[in-house]
Design a protein around this ligand. Structure first.
Ligand code: CA
Ligand code: CA
Ligand code: CA
Ligand code: CA
Length: 333
């Protein structure tokens, strides 16, 4: 199959399974206890990390750059495990999700292979879209018998790879584990080639270890068994900004505390990204400061009926609180 067509099909597959997981209730496995499954998944992930070593290809400018392979440390082997290696910092992203009738607190481990750097480097926020290369594996126990000795280990099975993505994936429609870690990465450099393609260099790359509760959990997928922890190696080539509420302000610009995440939080929880405190975060709120004038109206220059660029949106002046006027209830246009 032609490579580009194959990439499109693979991307489509990922989006398809992501959307199925939210809507299709006919393929659900029996519900397991979230905390019990989380503990099992973390044990599998940590066992995998402690029994395998990792090889990272550094080959700037080629398709192979930042490719990762995982190999079982043989008996007596001196390779340093993924868990113990120090070449790539092991980070933890804590994620709290309301599941069932309780909050479940997950840890997503990720290895920062390369943060990403370049004159135009930028990070997506958790509701932007990404152009990303990736390879995904699910973890499961594997038994091997040599003579009379059976050894059971946790191994990875590849279910999907896309080296040359052609479509942007909205982080709002992929598994939660992705949208929690991509904001930690930056894009790199771009080189236009004579044939119209772009070569990406110094892009951000990471390996993600995702418990099933932040992936597909009990939703059956054609290539992934239910309740599987997933390991993804990802490469961030480019991002696309989104404006979820269509108010003319990109969602990443509505990330008031500038941490890379905009969230809808349960009622009663103070949301740092909800300017008027009405329970609707700015990126979904058409009237951010709650003054009764829509944001898309407040960022207009009525003198010539144009919309200000973000940088040029006026403040309320001496009488105001110093914020741009769509965030300041003391004035409007
Ligand atoms: Ca917006
Ligand atoms: Ca934020
Ligand atoms: Ca609000
Ligand atoms: Ca307003």
């Amino acid at each position: 199959m032609n490579k580009v067509l194959k990439s499109i099909l693979l991307v489509f597959g990922l989006v398809l399974v992501a959307s199925c997981s939210k809507s299709d209730s006919s393929t659900l496995a029996p519900l397991r206890d979230y905390e019990v499954q989380k503990a099992a998944d973390m044990a599998s992930i940590e066992t995998f990390m402690k029994t395998h070593y990792m090889t990272v290809t550094s080959s700037p400018g080629t398709d192979d750059d930042m490719d990762v392979t995982y190999t079982v440390i043989p008996a007596g082997g001196t390779q340093v495990s993924i868990w113990d290696q120090t070449d790539y910092p092991r980070m933890t992203r804590e994620v709290t999700v309301r599941q069932g009738d309780a909050d479940v607190v997950y840890n997503v481990y990720y290895l920062m292979l390369r943060e990403g750097s370049g004159a135009e480097s930028k990070s997506p926020c958790n509701v932007d879209s990404v152009l990303a290369g990736y390879r995904g594996e699910f973890l499961s126990s594997k038994s091997e018998t040599v003579g009379s000795v059976t050894t059971t280990t946790i191994g990875g099975t590849e279910f999907e790879e896309n080296r040359s993505p052609s479509a942007f994936l909205p982080l709002t429609s992929v598994i939660r584990g992705w949208s929690e870690v991509f904001p930690k990465l930056k894009t790199g450099t771009y080189t236009d080639n004579a044939d119209g393609t772009i070569t990406y260099g110094d892009f951000g790359a990471a390996v993600l270890f995702i418990p099933s509760g932040l992936a597909y959990f009990r939703n059956a997928q054609s290539t992934i068994p239910v309740y599987s922890p997933l390991v993804f190696s990802v490469k961030l080539f480019e991002i696309q900004r989104n404006d979820q509420d269509g108010d003319g302000i990109f969602s990443y610009q509505e990330d008031i505390n500038n941490d890379g995440y905009v969230l809808s939080l349960p009622a009663g929880v103070v949301n740092p990204d909800d300017s008027d405190g009405d329970g609707i975060p700015d990126f979904l709120d058409s009237d951010d400061d709650g003054d009764g004038f829509l944001t898309k109206y407040e960022i207009k220059n009525l003198a010539d009926d144009t919309t200000y660029t973000f940088e040029n949106i006026p403040t309320c002046g001496a009488a105001g609180n110093g914020k741009k006027r769509y965030l300041d209830p003391t004035c409007h246009n």
